[in-house]
Design a protein around this ligand. Structure first.
Ligand SMILES: [Zn+2]
Length: 147
C-alpha cells in the first residue's frame, strides 16, 4: 500500500457504526481503536482504552495495544488502520496526529501501511468519517468504501 489516492479502505456499515458509537460514548474526550483486516478490508474493530483522555488527545494503552497486536497476528490478520475521534474538530489529521505518525524526529512512518481513520463529532447528529495515509511528509485522503 502506498500513500495516495489509490488507497482504499473497505468497511462494513456495522463496523463503521461500531466505531461511531464508541466515539460518541467517549465524547467529549477523544476515543481510539485499531482496525484489523486484510488487503485494505476491515474485518475486526478493536475499541481501545484512551490512556490519556482529553478533548484533543489520545494515547493507546501500550499493554492493551500489545495484546491486540498479538491477537491480530494470531487470527491471521493485519493492522489495516487505526481510528480516533475529534470531538470538536474536523475529520483531518491534526499537527499532533501527523507528528505521532512518525518516529520522533524523523520522517519514518510508524505504520506506513495503516490508514488513519478520523471521526469528527463537530456535528454530533452527522458524524464525519474520513481516512488518510500519513507517510513521506504527505497526508493523503483515502477512499473509504462502506459495504
Ligand atoms: Zn487527531
Amino acid at each position: 500500500m502506498s500513500p495516495g489516492k489509490d488507497v482504499v479502505l473497505t468497511i462494513t456499515r456495522d463496523d463503521l457504526q461500531t466505531i461511531i458509537d464508541y466515539c460518541n460514548a467517549g465524547y467529549p474526550d477523544e476515543a481510539c481503536g485499531i482496525l484489523a483486516g486484510k488487503a485494505g478490508r476491515v474485518e475486526k474493530v478493536y475499541s481501545m482504552t484512551n490512556a490519556r483522555p482529553g478533548p484533543v488527545s489520545y494515547e493507546m494503552d501500550p499493554e492493551e495495544q500489545f495484546r491486540v497486536m498479538k491477537d491480530i497476528r494470531q487470527t491471521g490478520l493485519e493492522m489495516v488502520g487505526m481510528f480516533h475521534s475529534h470531538p470538536d474538530g474536523r475529520a483531518y489529521p491534526s499537527g499532533v496526529d501527523v507528528e505521532k505518525a512518525y518516529w520522533p524526529g524523523t520522517q519514518l512512518p510508524n505504520y506506513p501501511e495503516a490508514v488513519y481513520v478520523i471521526v469528527s463529532l463537530m456535528d454530533r447528529a452527522v458524524p464525519v468519517v474520513k481516512g488518510y495515509t500519513i507517510a513521506d511528509g504527505v497526508v493523503a485522503e483515502v477512499l473509504l468504501t462502506v459495504t
